[in-house]
Ligand binder design. Structure first.
Ligand SMILES: Cc1cc2nc3c(=O)[nH]c(=O)nc-3n(C[C@H](O)[C@H](O)[C@H](O)COP(=O)(O)OP(=O)(O)OC[C@H]3O[C@@H](n4cnc5c(N)ncnc54)[C@H](O)[C@@H]3O)c2cc1C
Length: 304
């Protein structure tokens, strides 16, 4: 259902796991809540088929369960991209491409996007060998060679998915050791078709109509070379999706939103939770917990 120009107790921006968790808790607390989403519910986790961590199943299953619960609890759903937020007296005004919306409180749960390397060829070959989703595109690289860049949880998790399809996975990491959790490092070590290149940087993605190689540089000896491959997947961290948040709301050096212990930002009535927030733990259990915590803070504010 699409709504415009209505006033709600609470507007939640983003229906990733954090936003849905927040809306669920708010509705359980009897707070009239609408959720706003620019794409599709689920966010970053949607395409992860096998979750790693305490939560079982696939990302889309977890997201669908939450969305069904929201429908049952009576959440209003607004398909819209939020463009700005501002305070107008006692209410907060959210402007979006679907009109203007008012609320007594806001939870910004707009999450994060995979960071780009910003190297030549990366944008040019997007969808032509450059991918951001191993679960979606892995089968396309059956018996082919692919490059994965990164050394954190996401890079290793996605390299493991690709190892099930590709002939060879080249895992390129700038550092001399992984930052991923140990059980992922152990699993990577058990795959004979994953070769790890430490202290290596990618300078360019090369090809004609699609990806044919990457140009990589060994940082130890500053030696460059080409690595033939048909697929390229970079997992080098996240950048916050909060361009619409006013400058009055403080950020950390990476642009993630700063909050107090109750998850309230510098603008009274505006809360931030999940991957968009500075200090977020990084896993789904943190998303669920932060969404719930933000909704509890909203309850205190609204009932005060
Ligand atoms: C490749 C990968 C694999 C992962 N695997 C695991 C795992 O196995 N286990 C685990 O515990 N964690 C995993 N994680 C981490 C987990 O996915 C995230 O911590 C979690 O999904 C963050 O949820 P979120 O709701 O805070 O943000 P997001 O998932 O980013 O959701 C934000 C939502 O807000 C919407 N939005 C953004 N801007 C606007 C706007 N202007 N207007 C309206 N809507 C907007 C977006 O479309 C999106 O739907 C993985 C992460 C990645 C990248």
């Amino acid at each position: 259902m699409t709504l415009t120009s209505q006033t709600h107790d609470l507007l939640v921006i983003g229906t990733g796991i954090t936003g849905m968790s927040a809306a669920r808790q708010a509705l359980r607390n009897g707070i009239s809540t609408a959720v706003m989403e620019s794409l599709f519910f689920g966010g970053l986790i949607t395409n992860v088929n096998e979750l790693d961590g305490e939560i079982q199943g696939s990302g889309s299953e977890v997201a669908a369960d939450l969305m069904m619960e929201l429908s049952r609890l009576g959440a209003k759903s607004i398909a819209a991209t939020v463009e700005s937020i501002a305070r107008d007296g006692d209410t907060l005004v959210v402007k979006s491409d679907a009109g203007s919306h008012r609320a007594r409180a806001l939870i910004v749960a707009s999450g994060a996007r995979l960071r780009r390397l910003g190297i030549p060829g990366e944008s040019e070959f997007e969808g032509k060998g450059v991918s951001r989703c191993a679960d979606c595109d892995g089968p396309l690289y059956r018996n082919q060679d692919v490059v994965v860049v990164g050394g954190g949880d996401s890079a290793l998790q996605e390299a493991l998915v690709l190892a099930g399809f590709a002939r060879q996975v080249y895992l390129l990491h700038r550092g001399a050791k992984f930052t991923a959790r140990q059980h992922l490092v152990d699993r990577i070590a058990g795959h004979s078709n994953v070769s790890i290149h430490w202290r290596t940087r990618v300078d360019a993605v090369l090809g004609d109509k699609s990806v044919q190689a990457v140009r990589a540089r060994g940082l130890e000896y500053d030696a460059a070379g080409e690595l033939p491959c048909t697929g390229f997947f970079a997992y080098v961290g996240l950048e916050p999706a909060c361009d619409f948040v006013p400058e009055a709301i403080e950020r950390d050096a990476g642009g993630f939103l700063l909050t107090d212990a109750g998850l309230q930002t510098a603008m009274p009535g505006v809360f931030a939770a999940g991957a968009v927030r500075s200090g977020y733990g990084g896993l789904l259990r943190h998303a669920l917990a932060e969404g719930t915590a933000a909704a509890k803070s909203v309850k205190v504010l609204i009932r005060a």
